[in-house]
Write a protein that binds this ligand. Structure first.
Ligand SMILES: [Cu+2]
Length: 171
């Protein structure tokens, strides 16, 4: 893309230079800057362009700007897959407690604790979301790391706290 843009720019500049002396150029400012040495031509062109400067001045600006939005197609996101899971946290368990997604998926977890305060802690993705009883939390992240990662409750919630774990598999 950048090479193309550079090529376009180089081509434009070359074209401008070729137009040179006698041509009734539509890019007075650039030409004047480049041809400061050639006093006669510059003056002639300025005179020719004076009347239409306002309208003519715009095209060169547009030409310069056009390459900038060109990367847009590149940044257009590929079809985004959102993997949604609804998880219940209670009795020192996450249900379901095994989640499998594809690398690159956007993952949305909707998690609700139905008993006491827990949390959803997935250290490898820097997540630790408090789950207040009865309040649904939505957790979103992009599964950009492949592997098997453990998640667990991060809030001391009772005798089964240590067993309150699950697994995220990103394949
Ligand atoms: Cu806990």
């Amino acid at each position: 893309m950048n090479k193309k843009q550079f090529g376009l720019l180089a081509g434009t500049v070359a074209a401008l230079m070729l137009m040179g002396a006698g041509c009734n150029s539509s890019t007075p400012n650039n030409l004047n800057a480049q041809e400061k040495g050639e006093e006669k031509n510059t003056t002639a062109e300025q005179n020719q362009n004076l009347g239409t400067n306002a309208t003519i001045a715009k095209p060169p600006v547009a030409k310069t700007v056009v390459p900038t939005p060109a990367p847009a197609p590149v940044s257009t996101p590929a079809k985004e897959t959102i993997k949604e899971f609804t998880i219940t946290a209670k009795d020192w368990q996450f249900a379901p407690n095994n989640i499998t997604v594809k690398k690159g998926d956007k993952v949305r977890l909707t998690i609700t604790s139905t008993d006491v305060t827990h949390s959803f802690m997935l250290k490898d993705y820097n997540l630790n979301v408090m789950l207040e009883p009865g309040q649904t939390q939505t957790v979103e992240f992009v599964a950009d790391k492949a592997g098997t990662f453990n998640f667990r409750c991060g809030v001391p919630c009772g005798e089964g706290h240590r067993d309150m774990t699950g697994t995220l598999t990103v394949e």
